[in-house]
Design a binder for this molecule. Structure first.
Ligand code: TYM
Length: 333
């Protein structure tokens, strides 16, 4: 059975893009994989997080993942900082990855913008920690949204260079599992920007804790053009907002974009938004309700994460200890 690793940053409340790009896939992959899911709190602090908020978001995310169908008994769910193997391997990878490789990372360029000098060193080496997350478990399959593809290519470059430098076939190559529809969900306010849990405007995203009324309001206010839905996907080419809403509908209803257009072509956005609201509410509202129930028992959530961390540690520790030995670090005999 192949091992899956994936992570999500507790830097806010997960949104529909996280769900369609990653979480929903995680839930389905549990049937025939050994899964390790991680709340990457060390990645989150590469940009400033209020300590109380970081803690709150970590527990909320744990609850959301359970409510979405992650099985923390059969699989592993934990927070990154609780397993020190991640930081140790990340340091080795900081010394394997080349500056030129990191300079090409588009996510760093997007996040740092023009004000590069004022961002943390952690943000720059973020992809090395991500490679360490995955390879500390020798995971081979990584379900993510499209925005993480470049980081996974870098992970493979790091694994290859490590193996080459130390003359061993130690780390495997990893495969990105990217969903066919809605691999990149866009903001509801601007169809050229990715939907993000850290966007200052809560109107730009559907959060997985939103109730039915909030979801309906956000979709009603979502930016659109004045046209109608076209006959085929080519009619969405330069209409980013329309394309985004249609692909959200497609992903949630298990249809292709063409099938959605077959059903709704010629319609204006009024009726289409009403239909979209229904499919979003059907999927998200039960998760939001279950999440609020799970959040009543914080002790249980903390205990569940602690238990996950111990099981994660049992897998990662021997792998990272072996990597340290290969590097030449003196270890107890
Ligand atoms: P994060 O928290 O930014 O995103 C978590 C997952 O959600 C996906 N995603 C999206 N998918 C579609 N449309 C969107 N608008 C959208 N926004 C986010 C992301 O692709 C991701 O799969 N760097 C990772 C966290 C991480 C990780 C790892 C992932 C740390 N270590 C190891 C995999 C393996 C991230 O982007 O988190």
């Amino acid at each position: 059975m192949q091992r899956i690793f994936s992570g999500i940053q507790p830097s806010g409340v997960p949104q529909l893009g996280n769900y369609l790009g990653a979480i929903r896939n995680w839930v389905n992959l549990q049937a025939d994989h050994e899964c390790v899911f991680c709340l990457v709190d060390m990645h989150a602090i590469t940009v400033w997080q209020e300590p109380a908020k970081l803690r709150e978001h970590t527990l909320t995310q744990a609850a959301i993942l359970l409510a979405s169908g992650i099985d923390a008994q059969r699989h592993i769910l934990f927070n990154q900082s609780a397993v020190s193997a991640h930081a140790r391997l990340a340091w080795i990878f900081n010394c394997v990855a080349r500056l030129g490789w990191l300079n090409r990372m588009t996510q760093f360029k997007d996040k740092a913008g023009k004000d590069r000098e004022n961002h943390s060193a952690g943000l720059y080496v973020y992809p090395n920690l991500m490679a360490a997350d995955i390879l500390a478990y020798k995971a081979t399959r990584v379900p993510v949204g499209e925005d993480q593809k470049q980081h996974l290519e870098l992970t493979n470059d790091i694994a290859q260079k490590f193996n080459h430098d130390y003359g061993v076939e130690f780390f495997p190559q990893v495969e990105a599992l990217i969903p066919p529809e809605a691999a990149r969900v866009m903001s509801l306010r601007d169809g050229t920007k990715k939907m993000s849990k850290s966007d200052p405007s809560a109107q730009s995203r559907i959060e997985l804790t939103d109730d039915a009324d909030t979801i309906a309001l956000k979709i009603r206010r979502a930016k659109t053009d004045t046209g109608v839905l076209p006959e085929d996907p080519s009619g969405l080419a330069d209409r980013p907002e329309a394309r985004n809403l249609v692909s959200i509908y497609a992903a949630l209803s298990g249809k292709t974009v063409q099938q959605v257009l077959d059903l709704h072509q010629g319609q204006g956005f009024g009726p289409f938004k009403a239909a979209l609201t229904e499919v979003v509410v059907n999927e998200i509202a039960p998760i939001a309700l279950k999440t609020s129930q799970l959040l009543q028992d914080e002790t249980h959530l903390v205990q569940m994460l602690h238990n996950g961390a111990q099981r994660a540690q049992a897998i990662a520790e021997p792998i990272v200890a072996e990597a340290e030995k290969l590097v030449g670090f003196v270890k107890p005999l």
